[in-house]
Design a protein around this ligand. Structure first.
Ligand code: PMP
Length: 361
């Protein structure tokens, strides 16, 4: 075998574009249009005055951040795991919980979903099965239940709301999947839950095999700080920590721990900002409907929409020509849909104006 044949070859995840030019309306990677909580700026300033803090390794348990999250969500600090964005947390979850899968017991996730899942599964050589969504993009819980399908699995993961559709799976349906899989770990990826969807966190009291993963990237306006976390039973969190400390003890850097803590402590800012984005989204949906767009009912900070009169590629290019950047995926079933992040009211007004012009309304 040559050295090249010995290499683990993977096809990497392709993230949304981060355009270099100024004066664009950037609605392609679901960032928050508002600055983070005021306490974050203060924490950054005090860090600048205390550069000596960088001399030492950071707290490898990110204790202040974990405590602030435990207080907000009413759980024990031992039920929380934090990482470098939820991508880091999810990648470790795949390694910890799913890497013992087989062709007979594959990992299950929807066929239209976060496109990092199949990348991690391939990276860790985890057999997986992509379960088709219904025609209306909804998840059918029965498709994930061995007693119904006759097929076992080594685990289940899905976002709720799903990405890139924005569609929420009702709490009872989420519970049906967890209750129907007592022998598997079920991960609910709640990257977009804070904009009006229901969290699965209350189900943790009943199910030890449930793990909920969330992020500071969208609802806390901190995509650049890379902070994500998981909440689950002490047992699951313990196994996750064992793998993390076998991989890299110091994933979270000290500045991110400090500014993440400042953000987590400001629950009022969090509620106000997510509420504002949800109301802009509802207004934007009405405008889209009036223009003839079709879209699943989003509960996230984006809308996934198509127009019957124009292809997704043409619409995306026409918006780009007007300095508005949105995301589109090349999969045949969804290539005509644009995933449009919810920005400020002013930004969304400009999007509506541009769409009217493009469609000649
Ligand atoms: N899960 C889903 C469903 C996402 O869309 C994203 C954002 N790309 C993530 C997780 C990861 O976000 P982050 O690493 O910024 O926390």
């Amino acid at each position: 075998m040559s050295w090249e044949e010995k290499i683990r070859k993977v096809e990497p995840y392709v993230a949304g574009e981060q355009p270099k030019e100024k004066n664009i309306i950037k609605l392609n990677t679901n960032e928050c249009p508002y600055p983070p909580a005021p306490g974050v700026e203060e924490a950054v300033r005090s860090l600048a005055k205390d550069s000596g803090a960088l001399r030492l390794y950071p707290d490898m348990d990110a204790t202040p951040l974990v405590k602030a999250l435990a207080a907000q969500y009413g759980v024990d600090p031992d039920q929380i795991f934090v990482g470098v964005g939820s991508d880091d947390v999810l990648a470790l979850c795949f390694l910890t919980f799913f890497s013992a899968g087989s062709e007979q017991e594959p990992l299950l996730f929807p066929d239209i979903t976060y496109s990092f899942y199949d990348v991690w599964a391939n990276l860790y050589r985890i057999p997986f099965r992509q379960v088709p969504l219904r025609d209306d993009f909804s998840i059918n819980p029965d498709d994930y239940i061995p007693a119904v399908t006759g097929q076992k699995n080594c685990g289940i993961i899905f976002p709720n709301p799903n990405a890139p559709t924005g569609l929420e799976l009702a709490q009872e349906e989420v519970e049906k999947i967890i209750a129907g899989n007592p022998d598997s770990i079920v991960i609910v990826d709640e990257a977009y839950v804070d904009f009006g969807a229901q969290t699965a966190l209350p189900l943790l009291e009943k199910y030890e095999n449930l793990l909920v993963v969330q992020t500071f990237s969208k609802s806390r306006a901190m995509a650049g700080a890379r902070v994500g976390f998981a909440i689950g039973s002490k047992k699951l969190i313990g196994y996750l920590k064992d793998v993390k400390f076998s991989f890299n003890s110091y994933t979270m850097n000290l500045p991110s721990i400090r500014i993440g803590t400042a953000s987590a402590e400001d629950v009022e800012w969090f509620r106000e900002t997510t509420g504002k984005i949800a109301s802009t989204r509802e207004r934007f949906k009405k405008e889209l409907t009036a223009l003839g767009f079709e879209f699943p009912d989003s509960k996230s900070n984006f809308v996934f929409a198509r127009h019957p009169d124009m292809s997704g590629a043409d619409l995306q290019a026409a918006l780009r020509a007007r300095r508005i950047v949105v995301r589109r995926f090349n999969k045949p079933a969804i290539c005509d849909y644009l995933r449009i992040t919810i920005g400020t009211d002013e930004q969304m007004d400009k999007v509506v104006e541009a769409l009217k012009e493009i469609l000649g309304r």
